[in-house]
Design a binder for this molecule. Structure first.
Ligand SMILES: Cc1cn([C@H]2C[C@H](O)[C@@H](COP(=O)(O)OP(=O)(O)OP(=O)(O)O)O2)c(=O)[nH]c1=O
Length: 208
């Protein structure tokens, strides 16, 4: 809990996440952070809308991390949750090949939504935002789906694919936030951080 990333002395925030994608995206905008992953129940509640779901789970993750840090949580705590929504079904991370293939079948040749809830806890104050994107997939054959599963990429990704990986081969159209689909919408996250007094785009910083 609260382990500082190598090279990130003097962190500005805690990132309540085990997702390597979220760490990568946060590093992309130059934030210094320490990892403080939290365990929470990610089961959707009866009748909960996808927006309410990602918002609640992101808040639960931030709250759980802040309470585990206790008095060490002097820094803001950032958490996020991503769900792929096909029709009105929330697709989480597939537990096995059968579930992954069922998800890919549902996404094949159609358009789905990707919702990412982000929560920034600053002391007792919780600020949240939800990013929504639409992603269209070309038709995917059964053989392709099986080969894709065997790459190992789908297993820890909501909806069973990664837009930043081989999953990009299926995407014909994206409307919304690429970083949001990947797990942390950077525009919205940047605005939450700025509101908490954490400045971005420091003068004199080199670009990528
Ligand atoms: C749709 C999609 C999801 N994902 C990933 C982002 C998230 O890591 C994961 C969604 O699961 P989450 O439950 O949101 O996050 P997580 O359990 O991986 O990490 P945390 O510790 O923060 O709770 O799916 C991609 O990497 N690319 C994609 O294109």
């Amino acid at each position: 809990m609260g382990s500082t990333r190598t090279g990130d002395a003097d962190p500005q925030i805690y990132l309540a996440s085990r997702s390597p994608r979220r760490a990568e995206l946060l590093a992309q905008i130059g934030i210094r952070f320490a990892l403080a992953p939290a365990d929470t129940d990610e089961t959707p509640r009866q009748g909960e809308s996808p927006r309410d779901y990602v918002s609640r789970v992101a808040l639960d993750k931030a709250r759980a991390a802040a309470s585990a840090l206790g008095s060490a949580a002097a820094l803001p705590v950032l958490a996020a949750d991503t769900a792929v929504v096909s029709g009105d079904r929330i697709l989480g991370k597939p537990r096995d090949e059968a579930e992954a293939l069922a998800m890919l079948r549902a996404l094949s040749g159609s358009t789905h939504r990707v919702l990412t809830g982000v929560c920034l806890a600053v002391g007792q104050a919780m600020r949240s935002v939800v990013s929504e994107s639409q992603v269209s997939f070309r038709p995917i054959s059964e053989a392709e789906m099986r080969r894709y599963w065997q790459t190992g990429e789908p297993c820890d990704k909501a909806g069973g694919y990664a837009i930043q990986g081989l999953g990009a081969l299926f995407v014909t159209h994206l409307r919304g936030s690429y970083s949001g689909v990947m797990g942390l919408p950077l525009c919205e996250t940047g605005q939450l951080l700025e509101r908490a007094g954490i400045g971005l785009i420091a003068v004199g910083e080199a670009g990528a």
